[in-house]
Design a protein around this ligand. Structure first.
Ligand SMILES: [Zn+2]
Ligand SMILES: [Zn+2]
Ligand SMILES: [Zn+2]
Length: 320
């Protein structure tokens, strides 16, 4: 019997609301957890998965639901979307594995960030504090306004989602390194129109500060940030969103990755100081109106690369 192909067709039709309602039950999540704990998940498609299953009786024992009828009922709700039944027994489906992975990634106690942060503020050189709340990692300057103006807490220089499990065994400085790495890889996906979370298409928009003046202490009084143009990259499907200065966003594009690499900066394995230093010394951003376009030039005495974008972050001109 070919269970696999029929259940995959049904899975295609599962709406998010149905998925939420199927999973909104503690016993069903216990079943997912029991299968994950037992290693009952297949690593690759099209590979014999007889070893990667557990039998009905083993599963029932692991979940510890006394009432046979209840157990059967909840298990039947999870099949086929989240749990697969094969001749060898039960295992998690790919979506079931993703649910289990999300639970693993977001589990963990309050992380210990008390070791202190050695990294200093890339904008002003002052000391930096670390905080973690609701799966968001935040590094803040103790002196200046930070990078983000009003859209993030005061002084934030790094502010992004970070799974709790990723903090295990990492010092605050190493967590910042990992966070930056994830952020730059996110940009490489998003700038190619692909959602990092769900692979769906990305809608982009550019907003500019109309009376930008960062010539004083580095932050503009109007927008509260050093950056004139900001890009919002948003997945219409799963709502994964990033909002970052255009200079950081273009670092997801191959010509910019190449130009910076030639100057000794690896944007995919970055140090915060290198990134912000590069923006301060190599990047020049100009805005023109009617229609709104933003040009980012990466320029030194050797070479000049310019990229011009419209208000939806479409690359309309490039010149080297
Ligand atoms: Zn600072
Ligand atoms: Zn401004
Ligand atoms: Zn998405």
């Amino acid at each position: 019997m070919d269970i696999r192909s029929t259940s995959e067709i049904e899975l295609d039709g599962l709406a998010p609301e149905e998925a939420f309602s199927i999973l909104g039950n503690e016993m069903r999540l216990d079943i997912v957890r029991a299968l994950w704990s037992a290693g009952a998940l297949r690593e690759y498609e099209e590979v014999d998965d007889a070893d990667a299953t557990i039998s009905f009786s083993e599963l029932r024992q692991a979940v510890d639901i006394r009432d046979n009828g209840q157990f059967n009922y909840h298990l039947s709700k999870l099949v086929p979307h989240f749990v697969r039944r094969t001749d060898g027994g039960y295992r998690l489906s790919e979506p079931g594995k993703r649910i289990a992975r999300t639970v693993v990634a977001t589990s963990g106690g309050q992380p210990d960030l008390s070791a202190g942060v050695r990294t200093t503020c890339p904008l002003c050189g002052s000391s930096v504090t670390a905080a973690y709340d609701e799966q968001w990692l935040r590094f803040s300057c103790t002196e200046c306004d930070g990078m983000f103006g009003d859209v993030a807490p005061d002084g934030a220089i790094f502010y992004a989602g970070f799974p709790a499990a990723g903090l295990n065994g990492r010092s605050p400085d190493h967590a910042l390194e990992a966070g930056l790495y994830r952020c730059m890889l996110d940009l490489a996906y998003l700038m190619r129109g692909v959602c990092r979370e769900c692979a769906g298409p990305i809608a982009s928009s550019v907003s500019v500060c109309e009376s930008h003046d960062a010539s004083g202490d580095g932050s503009c009084l109007t927008c509260g940030t050093p950056f004139v143009a900001w890009v919002t990259l948003r997945c219409e499907g799963c709502r994964f969103t990033k909002r970052l200065p255009i200079e950081l966003c273009v670092m997801g594009l191959t010509p910019v990755i190449g130009a910076l690499y030639e100057r000794g900066i690896d944007v995919l394995s970055p140090s915060f100081g290198d990134l912000v230093g590069a923006i301060a010394t190599l990047f020049r951003t100009t805005v023109t109106h009617d229609p709104l376009q933003v040009t980012v030039a990466i320029e030194d005495e050797l070479d000049r690369l310019t990229l011009t974008f419209d208000d939806e972050m479409t690359l309309v001109d490039t010149d080297r």
